[in-house]
Every structure is written in C-alpha cells, then in structure tokens.
Ligand binder design. Structure first.
Ligand SMILES: [Cu+2]
Length: 107
C-alpha cells in the first residue's frame, strides 16, 4: 500500500466512525428457536429493528413481556421497528414460540 492510499484508508475509516450516530439502531434477527442477538444494549431514543429470517405459517410476532407493544405478524424477511424512549430493561418474546426470549437494555 502506498503512503497516499494508507492516508486515504485512515481518513475513510475516521469518516465511517464519525458518521455512526451515538444512539445507533440495532437489528435483531428472528428465528424459530432464537433471537440473534438475544440481548442488546441501546441508547434512549434509538430503535430496535426486528427482522424475521425464518418462514413461519402465519408469521412471527414479537411481543413485549409486559404486553406494552407488539409487532404485526412478520412474514419471511418482514421487519418491525420499535423505538425506545425510556431507560430500563425490556423483555420480549415470540408469540408463536413463548420460550424464545430476548432482552433490550435501554440506557
Ligand atoms: Cu417459528
């Protein structure tokens, strides 16, 4: 790598890091038997994007353990975005597979 391209790469990397917002959104993949990742940490005001990656007759529905929010049934490749405004820990599960649980820590 030439010195010039080394600088260019370092500069591009700095731009990439700087452009990532502090309260970045995170993506959680939904499968029949798991969330991936099952536990995430976000900042207040950020969103979690649930992405259904496995086909399920009738879809997969994500629901808060306390019933405060719920996605529509998600078909394969369907997405649901939920924004969190209050700090705390939020448990959630798949309605069709109640044993599949996850946790969002909002800071
Ligand atoms: Cu399933």
């Amino acid at each position: 790598m030439s010195r010039a391209s080394g600088f260019a790469a370092a500069f591009a990397f700095a731009l990439l890091v700087a452009s990532a917002p502090a309260g970045a959104d995170v993506m959680i993949a939904i499968g029949h038997g798991s969330f991936d990742p099952a536990k995430v940490k976000i900042e207040k005001g950020a969103s979690v994007i649930f992405h259904n990656v496995q086909e399920m007759p009738g879809g997969h529905t994500v629901v808060a353990d306390d019933g405060s929010w719920k996605s529509p049934p998600l078909a394969l490749d369907g997405k649901f975005t939920k924004r969190f405004e209050q700090s705390g820990t939020v448990g959630f599960h798949i309605e069709q597979h109640p044993q599949v649980k996850g946790e969002i820590v909002v800071e």
